[in-house]
Write a protein that binds this ligand. Sequence first.
Ligand code: 5RP
Length: 244
Amino acid sequence: MTSTGPDRTLPPSTSRGADVPSPDELKALVGRAALDHVVRGEIVGVGTGSTVNKFIDALATIKHEIRGAVSSSVTSTERLRALGIPVFDSNEVDELAVYIDGADEIDGQGFMVKGGGAALTREKIVAAQSRRFVCIADASKRVETLGAFPLPVEVIPMAARRIMRQFAALGGIAQVREQDGVALVTDNGQHIIDVTGLKIADPLAFETEVSQWPGVVTVGVFAHQKADVCLLGTAAGVQTLHFD
Ligand code: 5RP
């Protein structure tokens, strides 16, 4: 990993004072910084989450310079369309120059945990059709080892209990994510389990193994689709991390 920056700084006055920007301000900062990575005249891959929402708002300011977006969730699609940005189906596009998305955790190699917003399957699909993954995140997301954030795994509901037992055998504690007292249903009609207690020392091997368990739709480790660049929002500004 090589690091540059801070190369874009916060406005002198923030809501918490000059040197303590709020998480929201850091998200807005990296959301705007991501515009430098959008290839003009092309379709951009767009992730999901509160940081990406800031990016979408910034993207609207240059919407006449891009053809549109491929979106990773119903929520992002609605936000893009509301701002007048055309949304293409992923099957209409062979390859995207860049995919911009947030992360729940990112390590020193650009490996990530994602899926806190339950959009991990479509996020991995759009990331896979993109030449570059630019991660936008506030500094709290940068970790040494993945696993402190509960690992999201999208599963076919009838396989949930067996998959939870498989995680228990690895030392994890899994539970089905709920919304309003019932199991959350993803954009793909499936469920999410969140797994705590894991220390993911070898993200590539972990992703490869868990992806093969019957009933797993997508595991929230993004090692095969890792970030190429991370724009990290810090109190001093945007730090740019480059991963080989
Ligand atoms: C959604 C994701 C998000 O990128 C991740 O949860 C980070 O979200 P936020 O920007 O709100 O912190 O993977 O499925």
